[in-house]
Design a protein around this ligand. Structure first.
Ligand SMILES: *Cc1c(COP(=O)(O)O)cnc(C)c1O
Length: 413
């Protein structure tokens, strides 16, 4: 039994897809004394993080930083751009898309939740949850909306509940092909700073993100990257907002300050994270996560278990969802691994509860962290009576040994 005075030796393995393990360098940066958020030292810090985060979103336009979890930034994206009764087109890729849809309903919007039909041999109840957004379905729906009642299209870039990414550029193309004026709102809470993302180039109007996934920070700050069109929409959007309102924040951010108390120590952490990520180079960061994902999937394939993502072109570089055989409770396997080996895996969310678990490969990780995770899962599956086709540990050792990391690590050495 775990009690408060139970101290396992060594480090806990936090292999959930967010919060991700925080590098010591970032924890140290955050341990500095809190300063006056209206004082002279604060402005330069604010300007530094606002400049750096724009580079990560790949935008020349404002990025708003909130002292809130990602859910707050979801609400900010909707409430700054829309009015009660507005129709929004959302797409069911998984649990997070479903939560955003629920939020839209609660805010008084009229969401239409596109969900592809069909069945799946492993997960009959959730046909769309193994695939990405189908831009053709969005285009088809928008073409029918000749009165332009749909004010926004909302999609999730990296669906953290499934480990499936979506092609955001193709959604933009679909909106343009339908000659539809809807805004494009994208949740990249778990994609940003791990998977390729281009706010400006892909024509996204609001990108929502958070601190505790690819940015390798603790939970507590979140983001809206906003296009000029989104800022324009704000002027006529009538959903109530005060704390989330972009206008005052953007105005004060010009000097590096906020209208209310920002999360000072998390901003120290963000400054450090940006130094690390931009210093390594975004392309190197993306390649590193791709390689980690490939090494982990090699193990799942060796076990002979299905990967939640059914489209190899859309495998998430951040996490891998593993479907357990019928009759094996994925949460019981997770619990056993936690109790025996002090390693946390992501649970199956929503429609996937008990049917799969999620292996995170993001944050402060390396090849051996991931091989340890694979070993813990392999032991846990065997102890749970799952018959495995082969050794995932062996397979991922061979993958990582045979595919040396790219230039990133060596250039920094
Ligand atoms: C984590 C996550 C969220 C929720 O963010 P919170 O910080 O828990 O509020 C929303 N969407 C996606 C895709 C996520 O990964």
């Amino acid at each position: 039994m775990l009690t408060l005075d139970f101290h396992p030796t060594g480090r806990h393995f936090l292999q959930i897809p967010g919060p991700s393990p925080v590098p010591d360098r970032i924890l140290r940066a955050m341990s500095l004394p809190t300063i006056d958020h209206r004082g002279p030292e604060f402005g330069p810090l604010g300007l530094k993080v606002l400049d750096g985060i724009r580079q990560v979103f790949k935008t020349r336009h404002p990025v708003i930083i909130y002292p809130a979890s990602g859910t707050g930034a979801w609400e900010a994206a909707l409430s700054n751009t829309l009015s009660a009764g507005d129709k929004v087109l959302m797409y069911e890729t998984g649990h997070f898309a479903s939560l955003w849809n629920k939020m839209a309903l609660r805010l008084g919007l009229v969401p239409e939740f596109l969900a592809p039909q069909g069945t799946d041999e492993h997960l009959p109840g959730a046909p769309g949850w193994r695939h990405g957004v189908r831009a053709d379905l969005i285009e088809e729906r928008l073409r029918k909306d000749t009165a332009h009642e749909i004010k926004a299209v909302c999609v999730v870039h990296n669906e953290t509940s499934t480990g499936v990414t979506s092609d955001i550029a193709s959604v933009r193309k679909a909106i343009d092909a339908a000659r539809h004026p809807a805004l494009l709102l994208v949740d990249s809470i778990s994609g940003l700073a791990s998977a390729d993302f281009r706010h400006d180039e892909w024509g996204v109007d609001v990108t929502v993100s958070g601190s505790q996934k690819g940015l390798m920070l603790p939970p507590g700050i979140s983001f809206n990257a906003v296009s000029p069109k989104a800022l324009e929409a704000m002027k006529t959007a009538r959903l109530p907002r005060s704390f989330w309102a972009w206008d005052e924040i953007v105005e004060m951010n010009k000097d590096g300050y906020w209208p209310y108390t920002p999360n000072t120590n998390l901003l120290y952490g963000l400054a450090e994270s940006l130094d690390m990520i931009l210093g390594e180079g975004l392309d190197n960061v993306f390649a590193r996560h791709q390689r980690w994902g490939a090494g982990v999937r090699t193990a799942v394939n060796a076990w002979g278990l299905p990967i939640q993502c059914d489209d190899p072109a859309l495998y998430s570089p951040v996490l891998t969802g593993v479907i357990t055989p019928q009759g094996v409770d994925a949460d019981a396997v997770r619990r056993l691994i936690h109790e025996r080996f002090d390693l946390s895996l992501g649970t199956g969310l929503g429609k996937l509860k008990g049917r799969m678990f999620r292996m995170g490969h993001l944050g402060d990780s390396n090849d051996l962290t991931l091989i340890a995770m694979v070993a813990a899962v392999e032991m846990g599956l065997r102890l749970s009576g799952v018959k495995l086709a082969g050794s995932g540990v062996q397979a991922s050792m061979e993958y990582f040994a045979g595919h040396p990391a790219g230039t990133a690590l060596r250039a920094a050495a």
